[in-house]
Ligand binder design. Structure first.
Ligand code: FBP
Length: 560
């Protein structure tokens, strides 16, 4: 890499911090077992599907005075799913742990996501190669992909590639869907006596891969700080010009954690939380009424500007939309192998086939939407059967519907303001940012710890580093069985085992903080300008993590 700025040079040199238990190296560890575990739901079905990897204990590592010899190992690593800041450091941590334990060990990177292991496309990491990527954002070191690993043929091909390279452990860095892949592959490798272990690492900016053992997925910290900086910039612009309402959709496929955290850091006038909309069974019309009420009241105060933050997944949480989208998903799955549909000559014909199969109620909802949104709802599903919500312009849908409602109110003499709206979508802007110190340290520790789990012969585990609001030296490293986080969900029209997503808890401290402040933030402009991520300086400034994690940890301590 050439032409680096002084800041980039400094970032490459940053040495990430490790938990004290790991800092002495992998050869000086003991693994303490917790009690046997159960899946979060559908225990009988999950146990049946994962007969060889179900119910394993949780693991916690502690340092030991005795030193173990670590045999040379060949390990493969995969980056899977959406990019999240810090992925390169997971690989750097894994690489350092492997090489420090035995310089004869090798780390291979599979190219382009899970398809790399199936097709045998890989690179071997060296010091020179890795060093250019330390503490950088992005997944470009080996690329990522969303291929679902689930068929016998894919597993057989992966086995052949691992055997050719002498690989005895695979690390999959991914979110809920990718770690579901990891669990399936781990089970298959054990069932077929291959001797190959599989370890997952919790990645996703969405922040929805979490539980008692996984406090947060990596990338959430950096992405939310990046979005908060951007929202702050727009708030300042809005407060200067005082002429626009900015509607900002924030990435996060299902859960609203990202929008909520970015809002707590920037204090916009309106923040919608999808989980609240669903729990309160708010229709699209009532979401519009809620926003219109704030816009009208601000206009009465002479403020024809404001900021509204909208979670990316909102549309799937509005009950009538949820039912219609579920119906569309099933229809699209059924039609995958339908010759009339597959051979339809125009997109319009395809759309008509889908539309004609919708139930009467769902067709009514669907037909009430603007043409643009209808087309976006019919776009291809991702390989896991999910609607690609990043392609649905909910922010524009809301602007259009609000505008119509405000015109009606104006004609009735109930609205005296001017509504000029700008639409934004912040998503890709944050997923490859330079990782914050927190993510740089956390990711490095997750990767390093993944090799600790490998060295203890474990498989079907997710690398876990906890106690994250404390300084890194006090972080607790260990592992959590992947099956512990699974339940059965409908995907592609069938019930499948998947890792359960953690949604925003409405009785939790994070949402409560927004709830307690939102009327004040709606009417008074309490904007916060977070500014750029800090990489250097006192740890109270540059190492501090999200409001979400701090509030969640503080509330856990209070409830102990
Ligand atoms: P992961 O769950 O794979 O981490 O990806 C999350 C995400 O960034 C979502 O926030 C977003 O909806 C989606 O990926 C976008 O997907 P794509 O990168 O395929 O456009």
């Amino acid at each position: 890499m050439k032409n680096l700025s002084p800041l980039q040079e400094e970032r490459l040199k940053y040495q990430p911090k490790l938990p004290a238990s790991l800092a002495g190296g992998i050869s000086n560890l003991v693994a303490k077992e917790g009690s046997a575990t159960e899946s979060v739901a559908n225990q009988a079905e999950i146990k049946e599907l994962f007969q060889n990897t179900y119910g394993k204990p949780t693991i916690t590592f502690a340092s030991s005075n005795e030193s173990n010899t670590i045999e040379a190992r060949n390990v493969g690593v995969i980056l899977s799913g959406g990019q999240a800041p810090g992925g390169h450091n997971v690989i750097a941590g894994l690489y350092d742990a492997i090489k420090q334990s035995n310089p004869n060990s090798k780390l291979y990177g599979f190219l382009g996501g899970p398809s790399g292991i199936i097709d045998g496309k890989y690179v071997e990491f060296t010091d020179e190669f890795i060093n250019d990527y330390r503490n950088t954002g992005g997944f470009d070191i080996i690329g990522s992909g969303r291929t679902k690993l689930e068929t016998e043929e894919q597993f057989q091909k992966s086995l052949a590639v691992c055997q050719k390279l002498g690989i005895t452990a695979v690390v999959i860095i991914g979110g809920d869907d990718s770690n579901t892949n990891a669990a399936l592959l781990a089970e298959w490798f054990v069932k077929n006596n291959t001797g190959i272990q599989v370890i997952g690492c919790p990645k996703t900016i969405d922040g929805d891969l979490k539980n008692e053992q996984i406090e947060i997925s990596f990338g959430f910290d950096t992405a939310t700080k990046t979005y908060a900086e951007l929202i702050g910039n727009i708030e300042r612009d809005a407060n200067s010009a005082k002429k626009y309402w900015h509607f900002i959709k924030i990435m996060g496929r299902s859960a609203s954690h990202v929008a909520l955290e970015a809002a707590l850091q920037s204090q916009p006038n309106i923040t919608l939380i999808s989980e609240e909309v669903e729990t309160k069974s708010m229709s699209l019309a009532s979401v519009i009424d809620y926003m219109v009420d704030i816009i009208v009241r601000r206009a009465d105060m002479g403020k024809n500007f404001g900021i509204a933050v909208i979670p990316e997944g909102l549309i799937e949480f509005i009950p009538e939309m949820k039912s219609m989208i579920a119906n569309l998903n099933d229809i699209m799955a059924e039609l995958e192998n339908d010759s009339v549909f597959v051979n339809a000559s125009t997109i319009r014909e395809k759309f008509e086939i889908v539309e004609n199969r919708l139930s009467a109620d769902n067709a009514k909802v669907y037909n009430s939407l603007p043409a643009l949104i209808k087309t976006q709802l019919l776009a291809d599903r991702d390989p896991h059967g999910n609607v690609q919500v990043s392609k649905i312009e909910t922010e524009k849908l809301l602007i259009e519907m609000i505008s119509t409602r405000l015109d009606e109110l104006k004609s009735e003499g109930k609205y005296i303001g001017k509504f000029n709206a700008q639409a934004h979508f912040f998503g890709y802007e944050g997923r490859c940012a330079f990782p914050s110190n927190f993510d740089a340290d956390y990711c490095y520790s997750l990767g390093y710890n993944a090799f600790a789990l490998i060295s203890f012969g474990l498989t079907g585990y997710l690398s876990s580093v906890r106690n994250l609001t404390e300084p890194a030296s006090k972080w607790i490293a260990g592992g959590v069985p992947l099956t512990m986080m699974m339940n059965m969900e409908r995907r592609h029209g069938e019930m499948k085992p998947v890792i359960k997503k953690a949604l925003v808890e409405l009785d939790g401290p994070v949402f409560k903080k927004l709830e307690a402040n939102r009327e004040d933030w709606a009417m008074n402009d309490r904007y916060l300008f977070a500014g750029a991520i800090q990489y250097f300086g006192p740890s109270s400034v540059c190492d501090i993590t999200t409001v979400t994690l701090q509030l969640e940890q503080a509330s856990k301590l209070l409830n102990v």
